[in-house]
Write a protein that binds this ligand. Structure first.
Ligand code: IMP
Length: 440
């Protein structure tokens, strides 16, 4: 039995969907453990493009059980319309199951997310405005509404009567927005609950039984390590725990139930939204990394915003390895570096004022004071082979191999899967980690 977490090792958008799609084929369960419809990815299969926000992409394979855990936040309107679109595309959703303990994104969460961002002005976080932060805030404040609450009129009325007056006061008094009507919300959300009722399951118990039956489980992380509410670049983070530990809390399995963690990282770095980004580039080099005009150009799937791009940051990846026990890496988009003259990788940060050098992420430094220390690599532009054409590690250009070897040595973790192009078959599965080997 393999129980594997696939997570983002950077600021999200690392190309997790392609890796999950690859590994899901051999999994019995594919499970989302955090985040909501702030996540977004497109998977091309059978000549069709499918858009996913909350539904695990494992649903593309018939017979896989796809679970949405208690650690996620669910906007039922968005989930139901995603489900409808997938059904219209001919997918069977009977194996989709949802935890009744997941928190519900209510209309006031979305309105408050937008109003808070507006009020932050220059200090805005750049959220996806899907109500994610306010939904998690209510969960922690114990004022949230869970999926189980929208299945029962009395329960939902009691919860709304307790919560809505405060939300309406915030909307009207603090943000000068119209108040929301309780009866209206009640009716709408009970209807959503009615539609979701057939999908409800005890995710924790299902996974416990799956493990007992030696079935393979794939936990699919959303966002990435540096957007983690605890270990990321706070406050420019999301409100959940994308790191591997999030999978245990967000689904109700114990830590010993997980036996492999695949960190997905791009061969460079990207970020959407606001916040520090030490290795950010602009100008011509950025243009190469953005790959504008190609179907794999760097634009957010959920919001369509252009992503900022920069060199690979190994200080941040070392943090990702440490906080999630990453046991192997999937490095994506190596082919995008095919046209680079030289390539840099950040190996440390230097404090511009004091000259102090940090090889590990310094928790108490203001990132504005830090500049990256780079190691330069020769590109492979002038070699005969290109990454895009390689289908095994030995086919890669010599300089690309050198770049990969250095990353592995620095992180102490092997790169077992390498993405060399956008298509499903443009991938090198070099030496899968022991646990993952039985999956691929
Ligand atoms: P929120 O999750 O909508 O609250 O947004 C908080 C931060 O996380 C913002 O910087 C977003 O751009 C970022 N973010 C949220 N979801 C994703 C994602 O799926 N990929 C990349 N960044 C994301």
């Amino acid at each position: 039995m393999v129980s594997l977490v696939v997570l983002g090792a950077q600021w999200g958008d690392e190309g997790k969907a392609k890796i999950v799609d690859l590994l899901a084929e051999k999994a019995d369960y594919v499970v989302r453990y955090q985040g909501g419809n702030n996540a977004g990815h497109t998977v091309t299969a059978n000549g069709k493009k499918y858009k996913f926000h909350l539904v695990p992409s494992g649903i593309l394979y018939s017979g896989k059980k796809c679970l949405i855990g208690n650690g996620t936040v669910i906007d039922p309107k968005a989930l139901l319309s995603e489900m409808q679109a997938l059904e219209n595309d001919g997918l069977d959703l009977t194996s989709l199951k949802i935890s009744p303990l997941a928190h519900v994104t209510m209309p006031y969460h979305i309105l408050i997310d937008a109003a808070q961002e507006e009020a932050r002005g220059e200090n805005k976080i750049g959220t996806t405005v899907r109500g994610i932060g306010p939904t998690y805030a209510d969960k922690i404040s114990r004022t949230g509404i869970r999926i189980k609450d929208i299945l029962d009129e009395t329960l939902l009325r009691t919860r709304l009567e307790a919560v809505l007056p405060e939300k309406n006061a915030i909307l009207s008094k603090l943000y000068n927005k119209p108040e929301l009507d309780l009866e209206n919300i009640l009716e709408t959300y009970l209807a959503y609950g009615h539609s979701l009722r057939p999908f409800i399951t005890d995710v924790s118990l299902d996974l416990f039984n799956a493990a007992k039956n030696e079935e393979n489980i794939l936990f699919e992380g959303a966002q990435g390590t540096l957007l983690d509410i605890d270990h990321g670049t706070y406050p420019f983070v999301t409100s959940s725990n994308p790191i591997a530990g999030g999978a245990t809390i967000g689904t109700g399995v114990g830590p010993l139930a997980i036996n492999a963690v695949i960190g997905v990282a791009k061969a460079f770095t990207t970020r959407v939204g606001e916040g520090p980004f030490p290795t950010q580039l602009d100008g011509d080099l950025a243009k190469i990394l953005v790959a504008e005009g190609t179907p794999w150009a760097e634009f957010g799937t959920t919001t369509g915003r252009a992503r900022k791009v920069g060199w690979l940051d190994l200080v941040l990846l070392k943090l990702a390895v440490r906080v999630s026990s990453i046991s192997s890496f999937a490095l994506t988009k190596l082919d995008v570096l095919d046209d680079m003259e030289t390539i840099q990788a950040c190996i440390a940060y230097k404090n511009k004022k004091t000259g102090e050098v940090y090889h590990d992420f310094p928790l108490c430094e203001d990132m504005a004071n830090l500049e990256p220390v780079y190691k330069e690599f020769a590109g492979w532009k002038n070699e005969r082979s290109r990454c895009r054409d390689a289908r095994s590690r030995k086919d890669l250009p010599a300089n690309a191999k050198e770049y990969l070897n250095f990353i592995e040595e620095t992180l102490g973790v092997s790169i077992d899967i390498i993405g060399v192009g956008p298509d499903r078959e443009e991938i090198i599965i070099d030496k899968s980690p022991f646990q993952a080997r039985s999956l691929v």
